[in-house]
Design a protein around this ligand. Structure first.
Ligand code: AMP
Length: 315
């Protein structure tokens, strides 16, 4: 039995299923978990499927999280999606079920599931779920198509990142053929609150560029408060520095509670995930996050990124 069939057998043999994903969810994490819940319920009878995690306000249009009491985990199947390492799983109850499945597309060595279905060639988990469910011969509702399409769109930067493959388009083509209200989706995915636009203007006026093309900015807790930023909305800021001539890597640093500093790192050239891993982070080769404990470490990270840009130019 291949991995996909083993996953189906597990889903068939458990009536209680809880689906988790990573902290600070994005449309791929939410679309894949909410979409898979509906796929299971629409195609198999007698399944009580719940999706758990923090309810991210500005992504509430994708769907609501379920309440899951601890007792529900007894004898339940748990599936964790879009999360490379167990420390980043939203809600630590994930380990309390009877069987654990990991479904992910990030590189990483943390095989925390009893079954681990990891495909680093997939541009999104929503792409994986589309192919998985198609392989099972399952039917997709319009709502499921919208959820999965949202994750594909956002994790590929609207089909512009070099993570896309023919399989990405095959999944998108199939989902699109089921009927998706593109203008509504576009509004939901890309509308920006006014305070975020103003914060973007702040970033554009305050970023720094290193010798070899790292663009970065640092934002204190006070400035984040002044612009009314949340962990959900501030992640929209790093892309303000995308597509600038001469800039290979962009990073934003946000001061957090307990004096920790959260970094969002994006690259248009060199691979940066191994550098991020040295700063308590990780992610994709060209889109990673990190967590730093002091501002000196921020300067070290900027210096490492600058060096990798220099090598990239020399090659
Ligand atoms: P972000 O900058 O939070 O949008 O994250 C970019 C990518 O890196 C996503 O795929 C995250 O799942 C991943 N990522 C972010 N922070 C971490 C971390 N501390 N450890 C491992 N992966 C991370």
């Amino acid at each position: 039995m291949n991995l996909q069939q083993q996953i189906l057998e597990k889903i068939k043999s458990y009536d209680k299923i809880v689906i988790h994903r990573h902290i600070s969810p994005d449309p791929d994490a939410l679309g894949s978990t909410l979409g898979f819940k509906q796929l299971i319920q629409d195609n198999l009878t007698g399944k009580d499927v719940r999706v758990v995690g923090y309810q991210e306000k500005n992504l509430e249009w994708l769907g609501k999280m379920d309440a899951v009491e601890e007792a529900f985990y007894q004898g339940a199947l748990v599936i964790v999606m879009d999360t490379a390492n167990s420390v980043r799983i939203d809600n630590k109850n994930f380990s309390k079920g009877a069987f654990l499945i990991k479904i992910d597309h990030h590189p990483g060595e943390d095989h925390y599931g009893n079954l681990n279905f990891v495909d680093t060639t997939a541009a999104s988990v929503c792409e994986m779920i589309t192919h998985l469910a198609l392989g099972y011969g399952w039917t997709f509702s319009e709502e499921v198509a919208m959820l999965l399409y949202s994750g594909i769109i956002s994790d590929t930067g609207r089909f512009l990142y070099d993570t896309i493959t023919p399989k990405t388009f095959e999944a998108a083509k199939y989902l699109f053929s089921l009927g998706i209200n593109i203008s509504e989706l576009n509004r939901n995915l890309y509308k920006k609150p006014l305070n975020v636009v103003k914060a973007q203007a702040y970033v554009l006026s305050n970023f720094t560029v290193t010798e070899n093309g790292v663009a970065y900015f640092k934002m204190s807790k006070e400035i984040q408060k002044e612009y009314g930023l949340t962990t959900g909305t501030r992640s929209l800021l790093v892309d303000v520095l995308a597509n600038i001539e001469g800039i290979l890597v962009r990073v934003c640093f946000f001061e957090q509670e307990k004096d920790q500093i959260r970094a969002n790192i994006r690259s248009e050239g060199p691979l940066i995930n191994q550098i991020a891993e040295r700063y308590d982070g990780g992610g994709h080769p060209k889109a990673s996050g990190a967590m730093l404990s002091k501002w000196e470490a921020v300067d070290d990270l900027i210096a490492e990124l600058d060096l990798v840009c220099q090598y990239f130019y020399e090659e």
